[in-house]
Design a protein around this ligand. Structure first.
Ligand SMILES: Nc1ncnc2c1ncn2[C@@H]1O[C@H](COP(=O)(O)OP(=O)(O)O)[C@@H](O)[C@H]1O
Ligand SMILES: [Mg+2]
Length: 326
């Protein structure tokens, strides 16, 4: 039984295609990364997984039950099962309540055993490097770094089975971020958490995850074992995305591939392969026919007619996107 599985899921915002035909599964206890430029559908996917938004098509299953069924049968249980750490989690909190009262409220809403919950909060405070004195502060009285840690604490308070984290450590300085990520990995292992991590920082993705899903304009374009992807991406979009990663570029001695052109409109996505308008190696077929997400070696899947046709080594010689012409 997968912890999370999506089959042919789409989300429309009016005419905007937020997600289009997304399918993948995450097994229990896995740490999976989600990457892609802004607008590719990452946050939409997060909101979908925690039931904040419904799919317009297809089905999302959490622990082998569809989200609408979860919400019908046991909404509170479902909220405990899947927790989201948002980019700006504390902004949504009431500024008039002390942190202690905010946590007490969550304990009450979810009817957690009181003593056990406060013990767990104490443990988490210690492990997150937060002083218990923070409980008596108001949200505006804490620093950005403390707010990030508190958002993680709030999510872990409910001992979820699945954690969805949208840039949980963005904006923290590198050493703090490193410590926090190690800690999250420890807790993830202790609780056998399933963890979906979104980050623009590819070094974070490489360090934390064992598998990566790459998205472009609402579609999955590649799914791969993390190390295999960083060593040799199969989709030209992944190649370009990873070529700007400092750790990878240094390893490769390759120059970054800078994609030319705008991200196309999600109202009218390009025909054929959605990436063809910006792909340095697009051919005529790419304009005409949408590639399927096809299986490759080692459990990898890629949505490209010509996988591996753009390599890091070509970075210095590659030309920029041209209109595919025959
Ligand atoms: N509430 C909304 N209303 C209309 N369009 C939206 C809304 N939320 C997201 N979108 C659009 O859906 C697409 C995916 O957005 P999003 O999921 O936020 O991507 P990401 O998190 O990868 O930047 C974008 O084109 C975005 O403009
Ligand atoms: Mg986002």
């Amino acid at each position: 039984m997968s912890a999370v599985s999506l089959s042919d899921v789409s989300v429309r915002y009016g005419r905007v295609r937020g997600l289009d035909g997304v399918s993948f599964a995450i097994e229990a206890g896995e740490r999976v990364g989600l990457v892609g430029e802004s607008g590719s559908g990452k946050s939409t996917l997060c909101r979908l997984l925690v039931g904040l938004r419904a799919a317009t098509g297809g089905e999302v299953r959490i622990l082998d039950r569809s989200i609408p069924d979860h919400l019908k049968a046991d909404p509170s249980g479902f909220r405990r099962t899947v927790q989201l750490v948002m980019q700006d989690a504390l902004a949504s909190l009431s500024p008039r309540m002390r942190i202690r009262d905010l946590l007490a409220e969550a304990i009450k809403i979810h009817a957690l055993p009181l003593e056990e919950a406060w013990d767990w909060i104490e443990t988490l405070l210690g492990r997150l490097g937060l002083s218990p004195a923070i409980l008596d502060r108001y949200p505006h009285e804490i620093s950005g770094g403390q707010a990030r840690r508190l958002a993680i604490l709030r999510a872990l308070l409910l001992k979820p089975r699945i954690l969805v984290a949208d840039e949980p450590t963005a904006g923290l300085d590198v050493s703090v971020q490193g410590g926090l990520l190690n800690l999250l990995i420890d807790i993830q292992q202790e609780l056998s958490l399933t963890w979906l991590l979104i980050s623009h920082d590819l070094r974070v993705i490489r360090r934390v995850t064992s598998r990566v899903i790459v998205m472009y304009l609402g579609q999955v374009v590649e799914e791969s074992d993390t190390e295999a992807l960083f060593r040799r991406p199969a989709h030209p979009y992944s190649t370009a995305l990873l070529s700007v990663d400092a750790s990878n570029a240094a390893e490769r001695g390759a120059r970054p591939i800078v994609l030319q052109g705008e991200i196309p409109s999600p109202v009218n996505p390009p025909s054929g392969c959605r990436f063809h308008t910006r792909c340095p190696v697009a051919k005529a077929q790419c304009r005409d026919k949408m590639p399927e997400l096809q299986p490759l070696d080692g459990g990898r899947r890629v949505r490209c007619h010509y996988p591996y046709s753009l390599q890091f080594d070509q970075a210095s010689t590659s030309t920029f996107a041209r209109e595919a012409s025959s």
